[in-house]
Design a protein around this ligand. Sequence first.
Ligand code: SF4
Length: 268
Amino acid sequence: MSFAQALDNLALRKSDVVRRFEQLIAPKSGAELESMAQTSRALTLQNFGRTMRLFAPLYLSNECINNCRYCGFSRDNPILRVTLSVEEVMAEARYLRDAGFRQILLVAGEHPKFVSGDYLAECVRALAPDFPSIAIEVGPMASSEYVPIIRAGAEGLVVYQETYQRSVYAELHTAGPKRDFNYRLDCPERAYSAGFRRLGIGALFGLWRWQDEASGRPGRACRLFVAALLASANHYQLAAAAARRGRIPAALFNKRSRTGATRLRSAH
Ligand code: SF4
């Protein structure tokens, strides 16, 4: 079962964790917010110490073949279109490196002609000596297309679903391949099987009721996805431990299949 199919089959019953999360994001008084902030700070220090992960986005191209009603890069907008050459990308990146950034996110609109896999691999290869951590945020691709980009030195991929509400998604994405909700939803799975070590997913808050995006199907979808990844990699023990603690549904995952594809058995 693919991730997209699993999302549709999620039961509407909310788990205790989701209900607790809904209470946390409900309107609060100033005193309650302060108390939550203190707890949050203590947990952050406990889990991560006094560290901070900073990255800088670098826009490669505003060419795009999609129309998204909330984005100025939409193909029907009559704006100046620019795609940086690899030399220009390196020049921009040098500013970031000199400012102390070592983690970089390469961002571009979706355009297979201007933002091709070869172009991305070339950019990544040129930046790899200066940036130990390179991620990309571009149009979704097939697993095989990601492989050369990873070999060139990319380790992370970011792909926001924008909204997990299918009807809202259809209304906002009016033209182009991005209209395919499922292809985008299954993108992290394809990226993971290609070899990306770090994945970023999520919703663009504001397109739909953010409370629903955070705690409804999307919240559960995120847990589902984490569980699927744990179960599909060499982390089966970790996934089993998380299931025992009730963090993820026990019946959710299966061991890695013979083909290496993630098997999602059922959802809660
Ligand atoms: S695909 Fe991305 S860059 Fe293109 S119009 Fe939509 S949001 Fe903008």
